[in-house]
Design a protein around this ligand. Structure first.
Ligand SMILES: CC(C)(COP(=O)(O)OP(=O)(O)OC[C@H]1O[C@@H](n2cnc3c(N)ncnc32)[C@H](O)[C@@H]1OP(=O)(O)O)[C@@H](O)C(=O)NCCC(=O)NCCS
Length: 167
């Protein structure tokens, strides 16, 4: 399990101890149960299942882009990204536990995934994702809306398809 970084100076809040944050590659067997309960707590009936996480974990292994975020050793967020069949990066999911939102933590995860995709030897020229509401978050990283996918999440919810060109 690789520990990528510790952060101590990117803060929007004085009380939160950023030195206690670590972002690491998931150790699937060790972390999956905690991740499933975080996912269920946050997404309820739209949560990824074990089967889904297992499939996407296998896809992410080539680029090691399934990362978890811990605060004081507790799992409080994750990002799951992988290389798709067209050799493009795809960010499938991003989550920060509700009480830890608004501190810039998701940006730390996005930063790390973009770095891993860019540094990989897979010659990736494009990264994409689908979002419901967090367009602003990804716009900051030069993701641009390319399409609206009707009923992507369910019959009442569309998605925006966003793309960032690397080369
Ligand atoms: C989306 C999510 C991961 C953001 O995590 P976070 O750590 O609170 O985000 P940050 O503090 O890094 O915020 C970064 C930016 O994201 C944007 N943002 C965050 N949540 C947002 C939301 N629900 N709607 C619109 N924009 C949002 C804000 O514009 C913020 O920019 P600011 O710094 O200018 O205010 C978190 O709210 C979450 O887990 N939500 C539920 C899961 C979800 O919706 N995931 C889908 C993401 S594609």
């Amino acid at each position: 399990m690789g520990c990528f970084c510790l952060y101590n100076n990117r803060t929007k809040s004085d009380k939160f101890d950023f030195s206690q944050i670590s972002i690491i590659s998931i150790n699937f067997d060790e972390d999956i149960n905690k991740l499933l309960s975080l996912e269920k707590k946050s997404f309820d009936n739209k949560a990824f299942t074990l089967k889904c996480f297992t499939k996407l974990y296998n896809k992410s292994r080539k680029t090691s882009t399934f990362l978890i975020l811990k605060y004081k050793n507790e799992l409080i967020g994750y990002i799951l990204a992988y290389l798709n069949d067209d050799n493009e990066g795809y960010i499938a999911s991003l989550l920060i536990l509700e009480e830890f939102r608004g501190k810039g933590l998701s940006s730390l995860l996005i930063d790390k995934v973009l770095e891993l995709f860019i540094m990989s030897e897979c010659n990736i020229d494009k990264i994409s994702l689908h979002v419901r509401v967090t367009i602003n978050l990804y716009s900051k990283y030069d993701f641009q809306i390319k399409d609206t996918i009707k009923k992507f999440y369910d019959k009442n919810e569309d998605a925006y398809f966003m793309v960032k060109i690397l080369k």
